[in-house]
Design a protein around this ligand. Structure first.
Ligand code: NAD
Length: 337
């Protein structure tokens, strides 16, 4: 390896993962990123090869390289399997999940000019992992939601700093403090305190159910949304729906010294191995990775090529209204680079 090369841990993932990850690495190579990819297994592939969903050597490689590009992983349904994604986020303290959605002309979306970033708290709330069946007959269960002042402050500050850095105008804190008085109440209290420290950014707050309706009725009022883990998970899928679906939605999991970039969607078993997956989500996640690595010029080149392919409808995939596959779509992007 060339000593100036950046190491990237690559987890190709399950289902459509290998197809879309390979599309992304071809594109990164084409713009001359000169990355050294170190491949690791997780998910079903890891279960087959190593007997566990998240092998220690994969964790070690992520810890060593600090930056990872990850395909979607299938968590087998059933007793005893913790979500691999939740485990990764906790293990590497990836407290912020940055999920931008941006309209591209030429998609089958209901709106144009959508540009919303959901900043989702990524390690607390209903994803604390604490919960159990509490009655002997198995008919009563409980789950524990944990919000700390430190966790809430970190994510809200992250959202405001992002707004400043990217010249954004407004941050909307989304909560359910009227019902979840302790957890969501603490989040809202902290969000208000942080908002007061950023007078240059417009601050708004909204109850999550109203936010869902407002996103569908009038999405252009939103700029950055900051919210707790479960609400952020749901709202970001809703936002993906505003710009043409899950194939268009990337996500960056950011911690203090480590980051994992991925698509928002899952392994899409219904179209796996059929050359039907839209690789845009993971290509956009690669763009987020380049921006994180201060390689904005290369990120801009890829974004422009991708935009041109989608807007011109050149070899686009079926979810975008086209008739082509992952490989042809990727070729169309590569040709423009
Ligand atoms: P999914 O996101 O995999 O698929 C939902 C629908 O969207 C399917 O119809 C699928 O064909 C379509 N779709 C998704 N990505 C697409 C793309 N790039 N191009 C075209 N169409 C696309 O959700 P699911 O079916 O509920 O979950 C399947 C598996 O993925 C489950 O095991 C779940 O646990 C896992 N999952 C993983 C992640 C992750 O690794 N980040 C996220 C969500 C779900």
């Amino acid at each position: 390896m060339n000593p100036t090369q950046q190491n990237i841990t690559v987890i190709r993932g399950d289902g459509i993962g290998p197809d879309i990850i390979d599309a992304a690495t071809k594109i990164l190579d084409k713009v001359g990123c000169n990355f050294n990819y170190e491949y690791a297994d997780a998910g079903l592939m890891a279960l087959e090869n190593h007997g566990e969903l998240l092998p220690q050597e994969t964790l070690d490689l992520i810890a060593k390289n600090k930056v990872a590009l990850k395909g979607p992983l299938t968590t087998p349904v059933g007793e005893g399997f913790t979500s691999i994604n939740v485990s990764l986020r906790k293990q590497f303290k990836l407290y912020a999940n940055l999920r931008p959605v941006l309209s591209f002309k030429g998609t089958k979306a209901r709106y144009e000019d959508i540009d919303i970033i959901t900043v989702r708290e990524n390690t607390q709330g209903m994803y604390s992992g604490l919960g159990q069946v509490v009655s002997a007959d198995g008919n009563e269960a409980e789950a524990v939601s944990i919000i700390t002042r430190e966790g809430a402050e970190k994510i809200v500050v992250f959202a405001y700093e992002l707004a400043r850095r990217e010249g954004r105008k407004k941050v909307t804190a989304v909560h359910k403090a009227n019902i979840l008085k302790s957890t969501s109440g603490l989040f809202l209290k902290v969000a208000r305190e942080v908002a007061a420290r950023y007078p240059d950014i417009q601050s708004d707050e909204m109850i999550v159910d109203n936010c869902c309706m407002q996103l569908v009725m009038n999405p252009h009022q939103f700029d950055i949304i900051v919210t707790t883990n479960l609400f952020g998970d749901i709202l970001s899928d809703l936002c993906a729906g505003l710009v043409g679906g899950l194939g268009m939605a990337p996500g960056a999991n950011i911690g203090e010294d480590c980051a994992i970039f991925e698509a928002v969607h899952g392994s899409a078993p219904d179209i796996a191995g059929m050359n039907l997956a839209n690789p845009t989500s993971v290509i956009l996640a690669s763009i987020q990775m380049l921006e994180y690595l201060n390689m904005a010029d290369k990120a801009d080149r890829i974004r422009a090529a991708l935009k041109d392919v989608i807007e011109s409808g050149d070899r686009t995939t079926r979810d975008l209204g086209g008739e082509h596959g992952t490989l042809e779509f990727t070729d169309a992007v590569l040709e423009r680079l």
